[in-house]
Design a protein around this ligand. Structure first.
Ligand SMILES: Cc1ncc(COP(=O)(O)O)c(C=O)c1O
Length: 487
């Protein structure tokens, strides 16, 4: 934007105020009309990019014109993750307070790297991390740090595990003589962030050992012991176990106390991936989820999955957080002045220097709902998951593919039970059901593979999803299945 003397300038205050009011209406209208939109666009790949100018702008454009393009091109090209019929992943949600929290964060735009550069951001981060710790009933031995994602959390946890197992690594890297070949164990249901972390840390993707799970998709501890014994016999060094509370496909929960025992006996790191399921520990009836957590070295929780905070917001807790700081603290001269006399500089707890003020939005949301409000939402999601599961169980041509756990239901169209249709054909049919439902724009589902078979998967976690929306989705799934099967 330029004035008549060609000097650059920001938006004049009165004009900015008007734009903000317009934007407030835009946000409220979007939310009010969300349900009328297609959940997913019917755009062809490349069509959105083609509708946008490929050359960067040389001259200033008005906010009106930009907003008009958002309405004309961007919004119709979105999958609306906050739509009540978006049932993919873990049932994504957007809430009023979450939008307000994001909006307040924008004008502040601080860098939460050191206490000096952002005292309130640093101290509020400590506050919300400790609120969550209390809700999870974790002891004060656990300190935390906010990262963007659980994938980044597990990478940092394994970096500390490795430094403790091979103290020269921070200094000399992977060239240190005598560095053993480390092994990390996780179940065949665990998230791929385990391998990503191993890739990033130079541990090697192949050194993540996938341990078989039982019929309920929980890590088989006997198989874990056997895998470790095999590795030890070959001089491979067990480094860590990643146990999951709420696996990605079925939300199954590994037997943490038994796994913790194996870790203790072998003196290795226990990381708990509670990215999805950890948040359910807020519910007294899910208290048993936290059994064995006290024995963990690190625990990751994604409030952006379960606890109503918008992407991104993930907390890594480490028992004695000083262990994490020791591996990552590094103060360049130009930052020294801004690091003195501070109790905590969050830049010391990870590879990132620049850090968003993520704590603010969590603080706004958690105060707005309180624990009671969040628990009520979560109980409703659990009720909806069970209700949907009941519909599946009551139908003659669908079956549940896994126990219903938390807000996740995995099921499969089986045509006629016991029929002679080959499994591979049924797999294709289930994939096609998901594709066709998603193409309809009326609901959005995901598919996954369980024991080699394709299944349909839904997640309940959206505060806007009601029984009526779920019924629409179920009817659509059944109609689609029957019409595809009849062809
Ligand atoms: C169990 C589990 N762990 C970790 C992750 C990775 O989460 P993020 O996207 O925060 O890295 C996911 C993602 O869905 C997950 O389901």
């Amino acid at each position: 934007m330029k004035d008549r003397h060609d000097n650059p300038r920001d938006t004049p205050p009165e004009e900015f105020r008007e734009q903000l009011h317009r934007l407030a209406d835009w946000v409220a209208d979007y939310r009010a009309n969300l349900e009328q939109l297609r959940v997913a666009p019917n755009a062809l790949p490349g069509s959105i990019q083609r509708a946008l100018p490929s050359e960067p702008p040389n001259t200033a454009e008005s906010f009106e014109k930009i907003l008009a393009d958002i309405d004309r091109i961007i919004v119709p090209g979105m999958v609306h993750w906050g739509h009540p019929n978006f049932l993919a992943y873990f049932g994504w949600t957007v809430t009023g307070p979450s939008i307000l929290g994001e909006i307040i964060t924008a004008p502040l735009n601080v860098n939460a790297m050191t206490w000096r550069t952002s005292p309130a951001a640093t101290e509020l981060e400590a506050v919300v991390i400790d609120w969550l710790r209390q809700w999870l009933d974790l002891s004060t031995e656990f300190g935390g740090v906010i990262y963007d994602t659980a994938s980044v959390g597990v990478m940092h946890a394994l970096a500390v595990a490795r430094e403790e197992a091979a103290p020269s690594t921070r200094k000399f890297g992977l060239t240190s003589r005598g560095l053993p070949r480390f092994r990390v164990y996780t179940s065949d249901q665990a998230h791929s962030s385990a391998e990503k972390a191993a890739i990033a840390l130079g541990l090697g993707e192949e050194n993540v050992v996938r341990v078989a799970s039982d019929s309920d998709f929980r890590m088989n501890v006997r198989a874990l012991r056997e895998a470790m014994a095999r590795d030890l016999a070959q001089n491979l060094k067990p480094l860590a176990v990643i146990a999951t509370v709420g696996t990605t496909s079925t939300a199954s929960v590994d037997p943490i106390p038994e796994i913790a025992k194996v870790c203790r006996e072998n003196n290795i790191w226990l990381h708990i991936d509670g990215a999805y399921g950890g948040g359910f520990a807020l519910l007294p009836e899910f208290k048993s989820l936290t059994e064995g957590w006290a024995e963990a070295d690190s625990i990751v929780i994604n409030p952006h999955k379960t606890l109503f905070v918008p992407l991104d917001f993930s907390v890594l807790y480490v028992r004695n957080i000083e262990r994490l700081r020791k591996v990552f603290t590094l103060v360049p001269e130009y930052l020294r002045g801004d690091t003195i006399e501070a109790e905590k500089n969050y830049m010391d707890y990870g590879i990132q220097l620049g850090r968003r003020f993520r704590a603010l939005k969590a603080w706004v949301i958690w105060r707005s709902f309180g624990r009671e409000g969040m628990v009520a939402f979560m109980r409703e999601h659990l009720r909806l998951a069970r209700l949907f599961g009941g519909w599946v169980k009551g139908s003659s041509d669908f079956e549940l593919s896994a126990p219903i756990s938390m807000g996740v239901v995995c099921f499969r169209f089986v045509a006629a039970p016991g029929s002679s249709i080959p499994d591979t054909k049924v797999d294709r049919l289930n994939s096609k059901i998901v594709e066709q439902v998603n193409e309809s724009g009326n609901a959005y589902l995901t598919q996954t593979k369980l024991r080699g078979r394709t299944v349909i998967r839904i997640g309940l976690g959206n505060v806007l999803t009601t029984e009526r929306h779920l019924r629409v989705a179920w009817d659509l799934i059944r109609e689609t299945a029957h019409s595809l099967n009849g062809r």
